[in-house]
Design a protein around this ligand. Structure first.
Ligand SMILES: Nc1nc2c(ncn2[C@@H]2O[C@H](COP(=O)(O)OP(=O)(O)O)[C@@H](O)[C@H]2O)c(=O)[nH]1
Ligand SMILES: [Mg+2]
Ligand SMILES: [Zn+2]
Length: 361
């Protein structure tokens, strides 16, 4: 396959990349290669995932390649948008998928409910809400849990500051959610205000936006790209508008040098396998649960429950406790059904194998 083959699907890159750092390459990835491997490989970042294959960009590399499935401790791991691949310089065959700094996954729709990889190596998740009734602590906690689980730095962006009498009240409520949490309150239509997102959108930085419909994601992206006409053609601000008929996932280059993840499927993100994320966002409650008398305490009526005790002493906000319980219940339900499904599949596979063996005996 020839190098430098131009594909219209990644046509958002108009100038050639001269350095892998432009694509987000850094020490985390470099450390995974030895000198020989570095010499003997072309390094590419997956900038688009199509039904038919992947698109990769690198220095002097702009090519369509087949999908790549890596065997990862018995589980198949498909290369997804944002991933780094080592390619054979002659054939452009994928040789290795590098470890990720972050990974967004979701449960597939339908009855199979398998885990799907949405995007890898996203640096910042902009969690977008507005200075109005869309602003809900429970919703923010849910997105923060997903960000923490995926190991992506969350930034809460609260739009429509121009429409609120006291926008700072929304900011103050959001800042309290996590220690050190970045919160930006702005008018999404104002370029000077949206410029406050630039620390996260610089050269090689990868960002994604989540939030309900109508909060201003498309507006923010249009303002960020400052090329409204082109941006609305090439980039969906979110997953509401089905401009693509196939479920393509892409990285688009921002004028600031960053990369914007454009993907359907962010909307359906469910809480699944997010124990770590929940533990981070609700660190205080998680710490208390370790002092409960019973390991499987449901923090209801059990004796020796440290969580209820703290709540009764007034040290724990009752609403926060209820929100945590709800998220834990959701995560438990989703994750258990997946584990059970896997066990069932395994048992079924074994049964088939035994049946076949018996047939041949
Ligand atoms: N006044 C004001 N309107 C906004 C702001 N952000 C978005 N809007 C408007 O809210 C509506 C929904 O915005 P849109 O970007 O489509 O939301 P999305 O569904 O999250 O992509 C549009 O009419 C925007 O012009 C803002 O900060 N201030
Ligand atoms: Mg939109
Ligand atoms: Zn308890």
């Amino acid at each position: 396959m020839p190098l430098n083959r131009l594909e219209p699907t990644s046509g958002h890159v108009t100038e050639p990349l001269t350095n892998l750092a432009d694509l987000g390459w850094g020490p985390f990835f470099l450390r995974q290669l030895d000198a020989d491997e570095f010499q003997a490989s072309v390094i590419g970042r997956v900038t688009a995932v199509h039904r038919s294959g992947l698109h990769v960009l690198g220095v002097g590399l702009n090519a369509a390649i087949p999908h790549f499935a890596a065997d990862h401790g018995g589980e198949t791991d498909f290369a997804t948008v944002g991933d780094w691949l080592l390619l054979d310089p002659d054939t452009l065959r994928s040789k290795r998928l590098l470890h990720r700094t972050s990974l967004i996954k979701r449960r597939a729709a339908g009855t199979g409910r398998r885990l799907q990889l949405i995007a890898a190596n996203v640096d910042t998740l902009f969690i977008v809400t507005s200075c109005n009734q869309d602003f809900k602590i429970a919703r923010l906690e849910r997105y923060l849990t997903l960000a923490r689980e995926a190991e992506i730095t969350p930034v809460v962006v609260i739009t429509k500051s121009d429409l609120a009498d006291h926008p700072e009240e929304f900011e103050q409520a959001a800042v309290r959610l996590l220690p050190g949490l970045n919160v930006v309150v702005l008018d999404a239509r104002n370029p000077d205000e949206v410029a406050r997102l630039s620390p996260w959108c610089g050269r090689g930085q990868t960002v994604a936006f989540v939030g309900s419909s109508g909060v201003g994601k498309s507006t923010l992206i249009n303002t960020l790209t400052r090329t409204e006409r082109i941006a609305t053609q090439g980039i969906r601000g979110d997953d509401d508008k089905g401009r693509h008929t196939t479920s393509v996932r892409e990285l688009h280059r921002l004028p600031s040098g960053g990369w914007l993840l454009d993907t359907p499927g962010m909307r359906e993100l469910q809480l699944t396998d997010v124990q770590q994320g929940l533990g981070d966002v609700f660190a205080d409650i998680t710490r208390l649960t370790q002092s409960c008398r019973f390991r499987d305490c449901r923090h209801d009526t059990e004796p020796g429950c440290a969580v209820r005790a703290a709540s009764e002493r007034g040290e724990l906000d009752e609403n926060r406790l209820q929100r945590w319980k709800k998220l834990v219940a959701e995560e438990t339900f989703n994750t258990q059904s997946l584990v059970e499904r896997r066990a069932r599949d395994r048992a079924f596979g074994k049964m088939i194998k035994t049946a076949k063996k018996n047939l041949h005996e």
